[in-house]
Ligand binder design. Structure first.
Ligand code: IVH
Length: 689
């Protein structure tokens, strides 16, 4: 019989081993065991943790896989602001900075580092354990993204060694290596999802994902470049960062100590070229004073430190001729102009097309057909035109005339208030819009009809077999088996994956309809708030806005969608085909809240608002959107609206915290939402910095 003590030891042993191998693999890039052996150890740990929840640890290496639970982010005030750096593109300005520092302080020791192109993060460690991770936000307040950051394997959850301060903050960059970025966009393309423009956007977007399990899969990485705390072991930047490396952090091996202007410029010139072969994006070099005392003496301006500067590499650009402009029509009818260029070499690839965004941008740059234009590749997927070389403009060239009619169906274009793009309003008769909607409908995150792809949808459409999403459900294998590239087997696959989509939950069906501005999350909120398509269709603007995430613009778009008789017809045909138009009813958990009217307001640490509302219903209570004299109590999180608070005080309505509410109903697993090992650090401010 194995004792509890032995189990605990075994679990701790596995955790230590996995932490060690994680660091070897993700920080040192020198794994000692195979992926398979690593996975086996992880499985063993997961099994033990599931069997013995009393030994759970929120910082166990098993949290790296993330959770499917959605979470909103709690805003946290930075202990000291996250400033930015002053930038320069000129070696003269950089030289002036170095000479000023040397003159003012007498030091000549500078640290040169690469400027990583990701998104800034601030990590706090207490007693060698990760306490929280916060984004830069507006520099004063950031979002607590601890659960997401825990899935990034190069971020140590617990530290090695014993010379780290009891409490300290370390800042750096979360970035996406090119390989992860390419894989992510490839997968998104296959799934018919919009692509990330560059690794920086992908890193920032991923860090703000509501499900940490999604973050875990996207291959983010980290590097740390600034440390602060009361009892740091050394009095300069380089030595402290070297110490941080020994505690397990990923500190760039390219950080170099330089003396005087000449060495700094040498570093810059070297990396301006060498960075092109790095596996992650960089956009410059950061030059910092090494000595802390001198940093302190030089101080800060309102926006940036006076002891550091960023030298930015010039984006590579090329000059070429604009031959013509194409106009693409998207699923929602949005028109995107795309420039066709005389092919030109730029940053290692041949560029033939560039994005032009919208009519205003073309007018602002006064871009004309035949012009010589500058194209830049600032890490974007398709390069952009940044300027026109006016000295080479052809005499007699005319200002660009933006199209007035849809290039696909000839309908007159419209502009919606507050939007830069033109739209083709012919939703039901314009080919790319029809196809786009069907392709959106079959997407993995919508109805997930994986037997079909964009090409097959086009084929079915060309052959007159489908004209809208509802037609998919009347298709028969015998109608399509004879089509080119298909055959009986693929036809059967298609029909059976269409049939399985009938059991896809209501929220995803709602998302699949492709209502403008109703993304995946909004659809989830709508489904959980209204419970059925009939209730959504019956709601007026005010009622719609009671659902989370729905403002005036989204409410109007939903109303427009359901007011259209064509859409009403589609809904009825989908309903007849047997699609899910109601949220699944689940059995009640208890009746502790029977007869109670409850308002949920603010942001919470362990649950989203919708989760709390679901819990209220499952325990027999009723959700109210506003405080009235009938309200029994309010479950209040952070940032509860001041109007609600005032009213509650006036009416003497009781206010419960999230913890009090959970204590009242007893924590229980929500249906369809997997709970992770429950844990969370409250935002506790201590007085170190
Ligand atoms: S030091 C007081 N070092 O650049 C600011 N920043 O423009 C201290 N960045 O917000 C920042 N690589 O996100 C520093 N080696 C590096 C960096 C770096 C990238 C980013 C960081 C910062 C921005 C400033």
């Amino acid at each position: 019989m194995v004792s509890k003590e032995q189990i605990k030891e075994q679990i701790e042993g596995l955790r230590a081993e996995l932490n060690y191998h994680n660091h070897k693999y993700y920080v040192e890039n020198s794994p000692e065991i195979s992926d398979y052996d690593f996975d086996m150890k992880m499985r063993q740990l997961l099994d033990l943790e599931a069997e013995y929840p009393e030994f759970a640890d929120p910082l166990s290496p098993s949290v790296r896989v993330g959770s499917d639970r959605t979470s909103e982010f709690v805003a946290v005030k930075h202990r000291y602001p996250m400033l930015s750096l002053s930038n320069t593109y000129s070696i003269e300005e950089l030289t002036a900075f170095i000479e000023r520092v040397e003159r003012e302080s007498g030091v000549t020791e500078f640290v040169c580092e690469l400027k990583f192109d990701g998104t800034a993060i601030s990590l706090t460690y207490e007693h060698g354990r990760l306490l929280r991770a916060v984004t830069r936000g507006d520099g004063t307040m950031g979002d607590d993204v601890t659960n997401n950051v825990k899935t990034i394997r190069s971020v140590p959850l617990t530290l090695s060694g014993n010379d780290y301060p009891e409490l300290f903050e370390i800042r750096g960059e979360i970035f996406m290596p090119y390989a992860s970025f390419d894989r992510l966009n490839y997968e998104r393309e296959i799934a018919g999802e919009s692509l990330f423009a560059n690794p920086r956007n992908a890193a920032a977007g991923t860090l703000k994902q509501q499900q940490s399990s999604v973050v875990a899969k996207r291959g983010l990485d980290s590097t740390l470049y600034q440390i602060a705390g009361d009892k740091l072991p050394y009095k300069n930047h380089v030595e402290n960062l070297n110490a941080a490396r020994s505690w397990g952090f990923n500190v760039s091996p390219y950080m170099t100590l330089c003396h005087g202007v000449a060495q700094v410029v040498e570093y810059i010139n070297y990396w301006d070229e060498a960075r092109k072969s790095l596996p992650f994006p960089t956009d410059g070099v950061v030059v910092k004073v090494n000595d802390f005392q001198t940093q302190h003496q030089l101080g800060f301006t309102a926006k940036s430190p006076r002891w550091a500067v960023a030298y930015k590499f010039k984006a590579e650009s090329a000059l070429t001729r604009l031959e013509s402009v194409d106009f693409q029509v998207g699923r929602t009818g949005a028109i995107t102009p795309v420039a066709n260029l005389e092919p030109v070499q730029l940053a290692g690839t041949t560029v033939k097309r560039a994005s032009l965004h919208n009519a205003e941008q073309i007018a602002a740059l006064d871009i004309r057909i035949g012009d010589m234009v500058y194209v830049e590749k600032g890490g974007e997927i398709i390069p952009k035109i940044t300027a026109v070389e006016l000295s080479e403009r052809n005499e007699g060239s005319l200002p660009f005339q933006y199209i007035t009619h849809c290039p696909e169906c000839g309908t007159e274009l419209v502009r919606y208030e507050g939007e830069a793009k033109h739209y083709c309003p012919n939703q039901s008769g314009c080919r790319p819009q029809i196809l786009g909607r069907i392709i959106h409908f079959i997407r993995r995150k919508a109805l997930n009809i994986d037997g079909l792809g964009a090409e097959t949808v086009e084929l079915l459409f060309e052959n007159g077999l489908i004209g809208d999403i509802a037609d998919l459900y009347t298709l028969k294998a015998t109608d399509i088996a004879h089509l080119p590239r298909l055959g009986e087997k693929s036809a059967d696959n298609i029909i059976s994956s269409i049939a399985s989509s009938k059991s896809v939950e209501f929220a995803r069906v709602l998302f699949g309809l492709g209502i403008r501005f109703v993304g995946e999350t909004t659809a989830k909120y709508l489904a959980s708030h209204f419970k059925s398509i009939d209730a959504v269709m019956a709601a007026d603007s005010n009622a719609l806005m009671e659902s989370d995430e729905v403002g005036e613009k989204i409410a109007q778009s939903i109303l427009d969608y359901f007011a259209d008789p064509v859409n009403q017809g589609i809904i009825e045909r989908l309903r007849a085909a047997g699609l899910q138009f109601e949220s699944q009813q689940v059995e009640k958990y208890s009746s502790v809240l029977e007869g109670k009217n409850i308002v949920v307001s603010g942001k919470f640490v362990f649950h989203t608002r919708e989760e709390l509302k679901t819990l209220i219903e499952l325990h027999g209570g009723k959700n109210q959107s506003g405080v009235t004299s009938t309200t029994d109590f309010i479950v209040a999180g952070q940032n509860m609206g001041p109007a609600k608070l005032q009213k509650a005080e006036k009416l003497g309505v009781k206010i419960l915290s999230e913890e009090q509410f959970v204590a009242l109903v007893g924590e229980s697993t929500l249906p369809q939402i997997e709970q992770e090992a429950e844990y969370g650090e409250q935002v506790v401010q201590t007085s170190l910095f």
